[in-house]
Design a protein around this ligand. Structure first.
Ligand SMILES: [Zn+2]
Length: 300
């Protein structure tokens, strides 16, 4: 072999693993699984996402661990939902002595307030934090995520922008899918019950009504009066189905179905994804699963 070509080859081979090593992934943290998936979609191969509240976990009532503080301390960016969703976050940031950016993914979303309070015990005028439950809001999250990743890792701008554009197109497709699925539902089959009020943005975007014995957070206590009021309303409106949530106990809903004759329509994913291999292991799959579960149960 010509000596010059040989040297060129060995140099090229030597550079490959070195450059792969030098481009270590950007360590970032997301507070809960749905947001973690969005960050991973935009970050692609350039980032390593650690999620604090994992699949099927309840981020309303999470207790951070010492390991979480270490993870946050080592991060280059921390992504949170905001809107009061992660009440434990400030203490965690403080405990970790993390001084990097805390990115509020919902920044710019038009917040819904808990309106038309129809049972006792709900917080009047409380901000609904579950903004990810509409694809229009998810697009705002994605734009905020892309901007924050570019700020934290400017060399990756092209990758993050390209990934974000592709993901935004998927979200537009998803929105069209959900709208099309909902059109088929009759007006009198659009009112349902879930455990807690996690679907206000979905309801507003897709023309549904959700009732829940528990309010905007799973932290609140459900009183017997709340349950009785809900049962009365369900009978009056002939609400056909109740839906479990992956993050909450289902016993109360079972009691409500026993007293109203409404059926259990399936399980919706509200505040967390399913584990890998489950029906809602990504945001896109979660929204599809919820829509299919609702429309299938309500069409019957
Ligand atoms: Zn919630």
């Amino acid at each position: 072999m010509n000596r010059r070509i040989f040297l060129g080859l060995t140099t090229a081979l030597a550079i490959l693993p070195l450059s792969a090593f030098a481009q270590d992934r950007l360590p970032v943290v997301a507070s809960f699984s749905i947001l973690g998936d969005m960050v991973a979609e935009v970050g692609g191969d350039r980032v390593s996402v650690t999620t604090l509240v994992g699949p099927d976990g309840d981020a309303h009532v999470y207790s951070p661990t010492p390991a979480d503080a270490q993870t946050v301390a080592a991060a280059k960016a921390v992504f949170v939902n905001g809107m009061g969703f992660e009440g434990w976050l400030d203490r965690l940031i403080e405990a970790s002595e993390y001084a990097g950016p805390v990115v509020v993914a919902s920044e710019g979303v038009k917040a819904l307030e808990m309106a038309n309070d129809d049972h006792a015990g709900h917080d009047h005028g409380a901000i609904d934090p579950h903004a990810w439950q509409s694809t229009d809001n998810a697009k705002i999250y994605v734009s905020n995520i892309a901007a924050a990743l570019i700020a934290a890792d400017p060399a990756g701008e092209e990758v993050y922008s390209t990934n974000a554009v592709a993901y935004l197109a998927e979200l537009s497709g998803l929105d069209a899918e959900i709208q099309a699925a909902m059109i088929a539902l009759p007006e009198n089959r659009r009112s349902v019950v879930t455990s807690h009020d996690a679907f206000g943005y979905y309801a507003a975007a897709y023309g549904m009504t959700f009732h829940a014995p528990e309010g905007l957070s799973t932290e609140s206590e459900v009183s017997a009066a709340d349950v009785a009021a809900l049962i009365t309303q369900m009978k009056a409106e002939a609400i056909p189905a109740v839906f479990m949530e992956n993050i909450t106990d289902s016993r109360l809903l079972e009691q409500i179905t026993a007293e109203t004759g409404a059926k259990i329509g399936g399980t919706l994913f509200s505040d967390a994804l399913s584990p890998e291999g489950g029906p809602a292991s990504t945001y896109l799959n979660m929204m599809r699963h919820n829509t299919t579960t609702l429309t299938t149960a309500l069409a019957e």
